[in-house]
Design a protein around this ligand. Structure first.
Ligand SMILES: [Fe+2]
Ligand SMILES: [Fe+2]
Length: 139
């Protein structure tokens, strides 16, 4: 999942590398990033966070916070998408907001959640999660 973050960072870098004046060039790159990020957070919500929740009730608060952040991230992605449609000039500011929220969120996941899951899941559970993730990626 950490590799997903890296791949998504790269997709975002391609959006930013396209000049803001080249709206037609930027839009499909943003669409690719948005699709990839939405798929990533959907996988986490479906397969990873429930495990975090079930395994240790003390982690429910953390899971709730990560879900809140996902909601916020989806909201900003929608706002950017709307800004592309309406031609409003908010894209730069929204992009910065997204990078801030996503940066903190990903650091929380990579610094704690992913290692915790690695350490606390049985080999069977890891295989099960991996199987479902692999299946999800092919769908
Ligand atoms: Fe996430
Ligand atoms: Fe993530």
């Amino acid at each position: 999942m950490g590799r997903d973050h890296r791949d998504l960072d790269e997709l975002w870098a391609r959006v930013v590398a396209t000049p803001a004046t080249d709206r037609e060039g930027r839009r499909p790159r943003f669409a690719a990033f948005r699709t990839g990020l939405l798929a990533h957070i959907a996988e986490e919500e479906e397969h990873l966070f429930p495990v975090l929740d079930e395994t240790d009730p003390a982690l429910r608060k953390l899971a709730a916070r990560l879900l809140d952040e996902h909601r916020e991230i989806r909201g900003i992605l929608d706002q950017i998408d709307r800004a592309f449609s309406s031609g409003s000039g908010e894209i730069e500011a929204l992009g910065l907001e997204l990078v801030n929220v996503l940066g903190e969120h990903n650091a929380r996941e990579e610094g704690f959640v992913y290692p915790w899951l690695d350490g606390h899941l049985s080999a069977d559970q890891v295989r099960d999660v991996q199987r479902r993730l692999d299946r999800g990626e092919r769908e």
